[in-house]
Every structure is written in C-alpha cells, then in structure tokens.
Design a protein around this ligand. Sequence first.
Ligand SMILES: [Zn+2]
Length: 195
Amino acid sequence: MALVMMPTALNAQAFSESELSYVNTATPGLFKNGNSFNICSDDLLKMGFCFPIPGCKLISDWNRDNTGHSGVDIKTFANDTVRSAFDGVVRLSRNYGGYGNVIVVRHPFGLETVYSHNSKNLVESGDQVKAGQPIALEGRTGRATTEHVHFETRINGVAFNPHWLFDIENHTLQPVCLEVKKTGDGASVQVKTKN
Ligand SMILES: [Zn+2]
C-alpha cells in the first residue's frame, strides 16, 4: 500500500542535469497520479526518522515573506555530524553560491530536505542514504557568519515552512498531514489535518 503513495521512484539514474545542478528544481512525475496528494508524518515515521543535528538550537527562523529566509538555521558546534532526516537518495551535493556546501536529499512522496553551509559534504549525488546516516559536517561555507545548518524543506522545488513538518524545539515530527497541490510549475503545500 505504501508504494502506491510514492509518487517518485528513488532512482538516481532518473536525475536530470537540472536536478543534479540546482537546489530549486521541479521533481519529474510528481503529479502523475493526480493534481494533489498528502504527505503524512505517520507514513514518514514508518521509514525511520532522525533529527538532522540532534541537540541543536534554533538560531534563526523561517521568514520568507519578510527577509527571504527560506529555511531554519539550527546550530550545535563546528564539524558536528549532520544526518539525513529520512531514507532517500542524494539528489545534489555541491558548492552552491550562498548555500556553500549543500546537500539535497529526495525522500519518498517528493519531499526534499536541504542541509547547507557544511564544512564538508560526506555523500555524492546518487547515493542512497538511510534516516540518521551522516551526510555532512556542520560548517559556515557560503553566506554564513557562524557554524550552523541552514535546513530547508521543499516539494517540487518550492520551499515550505519546516515547522509545519518538524517540531524544531523538540526534535520530532509534527503529527500532521501536508496537502500538496500542483500549481503551474511548482506546488502549494498546506497543513491539512492534525492526527
Ligand atoms: Zn538560514
């Protein structure tokens, strides 16, 4: 049953040049089964889950509308281990402008997580990773004034507020379903139900 809910195969060979080059890029075939679908934290938890840097503190919040900050900044200490939140495939691993060294992992349901400013990336595009697997070391590459992880959640290239899915304070997942709707070339995401 769970396989029916996976719009995107975790197949590294399917990555296009754009997917291998850009943080913000569409996911081919994401809406092939309809113009909307749900991502529920219960289903994500079945695959395993790890908060990206256990023990971290939030130092700068999502504020896309006012400052353009399209993620949350979470911090422990320099060169701490950064871990994949869920099972997935590394779509992008490169140095990328203000992001510095950045990793993008694509998970089932088209969910993507972004980990940036890394002092070092530990995985390559196409690598399969498990929840909790080390993928990078915390750093301050790119546009950063202190060691931290700029963490984003994206669907079809569009960033959404990580707080909708992650309880940043408690390092857990929110008990939610997110409704993802096709909008032009992107997607709209909203919190649909609380379990
Ligand atoms: Zn940031």
